[in-house]
Design a protein around this ligand. Sequence first.
Ligand code: ZN
Length: 455
Amino acid sequence: MKKIIFALVLWLSMSIAYSQKSVFDNEDELYVKYKDKVEMIIKESEKDNTSYNKLAYLCDTYGNRLSGSEGLEKALGWIYQSMIKDNMENVQLDDVLVPNWKRGKESCELLFPRIAKIKMLALGNSLGTGPEGVTAEVYVVSSKEELQKNPEKAKGKIVLFNAVFKSYGETVQFRFSGAQWAAEAGAVASMIRSVSPHDMNSPHTGVMSYGESARKIPHIAITSEDADMLQRMQERGQKPVVKIYSEAHFLPDALSHNVMSEVVGYEKPDEVIVAGGHIDSWDIGTGAMDDGGGCVTTWEAVRIIKDLKLKPKRTIRVCNWTNEENGSAGGKAYAELHKKEKHIMGFEFDVGVFAPSHIRFSGDEKVFKKIKNFEKLLKLVDKNIVVAEGGGGADISHIVKQANIPAMSLSTGEESHYFWYHHSDTDTMDKISPSDMQKCVSAIAVTLYLYSEMD
Ligand SMILES: [Zn+2]
């Protein structure tokens, strides 16, 4: 009898252990189970240029999409109507109040040692110069330390931070905080060398902040070509003089929207994966890479899952967030308005549309091991795709923190080329390859679908 009971207990515990074991714990079993579905996704996204054509229509028709602009709201209206035409489920617009910064007219002129136009872009959220403009000698520095060691050289001058691009994270500090540092040293305005490894005589804008600064001086970007020229002039002792004119200012906050739609989960409709990019852009170029591409690829990924009738276990929602560039109001509003829903993961694509190279994950180590097993299936999309740690994005950061859920993102191999175009007039459709875009759609669709299927 004892033997029978022992055998029964052993059999029961083994069958419980077996039932807890999932195909997501074994890369080969997962591959066998989902290979056909992954191939269906790839076939569907690569059958034509639907994703590229959608993005081209968006960029060509509505142009760039700064928060508070007509272009942004018209683009949002078109996405809303197009998601309905796509038969997406629960198509929705959420109201979001966004900052309304206007560039106005602007110019920068070299007055000495010769008269010449200097290409410029006021940095986002900077204040203008007033009607007289600001005219002063330029003091060029390459670091914050150099400025702080020589405040007497900066007093009454226009400080130029001529810092060569190392990485975006390292170099962007001059754009973000440069005005504050220059004002503390007594400067009347500040300029930066554009934050780009290769700017082709086209300046790059981006958000800046005055922090707690008591004096708010105008802060602008010029090209690397002009920044180097001003530096050479200073080194020769030529004391270059520049005049900056900028009408940059804020209007009262404007009404904007996040737009979203879903494929509703088959088994657990209340559990939500949210994926997307940001629909706002700067007021130059057409925001094709940053981040129209992120918006359209995630939308297409979710549409394909729906059209193929893959019936994901959980709800997959695509959201195009507003106002990532100069306020993050869209991501914050999303977290607040959807706080009662059960989110299980946030996914963002905001690094430019190139061939997909990494699916990234931030979260529990045990979950990462399962995600790592997606890799063999993802290699059907592109053999170079690797699953790695370090997922995230500005728009999803708010919901990820609030709901304490994993963050995922897609990285693209030529990420460094992204910063050639980022926040400049050169961020346009012609930089995007339709076949790279199809692969991004496939990689995202495969990732979202597999995630929704996990135990
Ligand atoms: Zn972006």
